[in-house]
Design a protein around this ligand. Structure first.
Ligand SMILES: [Fe+2]
Length: 372
């Protein structure tokens, strides 16, 4: 990708000073960006390749995320990393030595440098274990196949509905009023084969629909519902985290339902993306159930069946994936029985919105004269 114009700190509104009282800030879900950010090409000198034309970039181990964080120009590098991830959807890093603590530092920094609302913090999953220190200093969350076997995981609730692997496609915590911007996963223990993860380009799927249909979708919102986590919590002997704000003042209480625009703007790129997903979106608002089923089925099919908009990552020990939940769906592949463990850091972004002036990715790239 060719470097384009320089991003300056003027692109990001300063973080508001937190009030001294308990009064909430006016809009804790609003991005601080005043306009899209530009990629400056600072990471292009590291060995890399684009995974597919549509989505994904993979870096070799000469780029160490730990080294980026300790560089003298760490902020410039991490800012460029944020823009790169938001443009390519997902970025992979092989052979990483980054520690769980540094993953948290990077997860915080990447959002702060790309305009995340000051009130957004690390994601606290509603079915995370009760750990007292989690309230103030969330740690990386450990992923483990064991939890799936005890009755956890997004695919379990669908057991009576479908055995298709595609039921697990989702965007992280889209059922929250303020969902995730970036997620990062490092796998440390993995099966000999299996456990791959797939991503799909939710910008690119808009080009598979007629402009008039996308225009119609832009008038709609949909319900993202994860009430099934109450049952999952019971299966795991836990309780839904309704006792604290789950990373943003707008994410609290026992309801795990949010309503979001079907097409949202990614503030980092200024491009629009489809924002429903197979896992959590089961009802479009203000249309009949039949219409909702028909449209959601079509939108699911368009993501699941367009393989040229997807990429599949085979993990190795020390691999890291960093993705933008605003413009991708992802799904694990549950085709293994051995142990699989890793560390995950997921952060919250802004409340989803649609800027009517935002472009499709294909239009944006054409205007820039860039291939990706
Ligand atoms: Fe996920």
């Amino acid at each position: 990708m060719a470097p384009v114009a320089t991003t300056t700190t003027a692109d990001i509104a300063p973080a508001p000073v937190k009030p001294q009282t308990q009064t909430q800030v006016a809009d804790p879900g609003k991005s601080r960006l005043n306009g899209p950010m530009k990629y400056n090409g600072l990471l292009d000198s590291y060995k890399h390749h684009e995974v597919t034309p549509a989505i994904g970039r993979e870096f070799a181990s000469d780029l160490q995320l730990s080294a980026l964080l300790s560089s003298s120009n760490a902020d410039e590098l991490v800012r460029d990393l944020a823009v790169l991830v938001s443009r390519r959807g997902v970025v992979f890093f092989r052979g990483q030595d980054i520690s769980p603590d540094d993953m948290m530092v990077l997860a915080r920094r990447i959002g702060e440098l790309s305009g995340r609302p000051a009130e957004s913090n690390m994601c606290i999953h509603p079915v995370s274990e009760y750990t007292p220190e989690l309230v103030h200093t969330p740690k990386t969350q450990m992923i483990s196949a064991e939890r799936q076997n005890k009755g956890g995981g997004i695919r379990r609730i669908h057991d009576d509905l479908s055995r298709w692997a595609s039921v697990a496609w989702h965007s992280d915590v889209s059922f929250e009023n303020v969902p995730s911007d970036y997620s990062m996963l490092k796998v440390n223990i993995l099966p000999e084969a299996g456990g791959d993860t797939l991503w799909v380009d939710a910008y690119g799927v808009l080009d598979r629909m007629s402009p008039s249909f996308v225009e119609y979708l832009e008038t709609l919102t949909a319900e993202h519902n994860a009430e099934f986590f109450h049952q999952e919590a019971e299966n795991l002997g836990l309780k839904v985290r309704d006792d604290i704000e789950r990373g943003n003042p707008l994410n609290k209480g026992s309801s795990l339902i949010a309503h979001h625009p079907i097409i949202r703007t990614n503030p980092v790129t200024g491009w629009k993306a489809l924002f429903v997903n197979r896992g959590f979106t089961h009802r479009i608002d203000d249309v009949t159930k039949d219409e909702s089923d028909m449209i959601l089925n079509y939108l699911n099919q368009i993501c699941i069946h367009n393989m040229d908009l997807q990429c599949r990552f085979r993990w190795e020990k020390g691999s890291v994936a960093l993705w933008d939940n605003r413009c991708t769906w992802h799904s694990a592949t549950f085709d293994y029985s051995e142990e699989r463990r890793g560390d995950r850091a997921s952060s919250l972004g802004e409340k989803p919105y649609l800027d009517p002036s935002s472009m499709r990715k294909s239009e944006g790239l054409r205007q820039e004269g860039n291939k990706w």
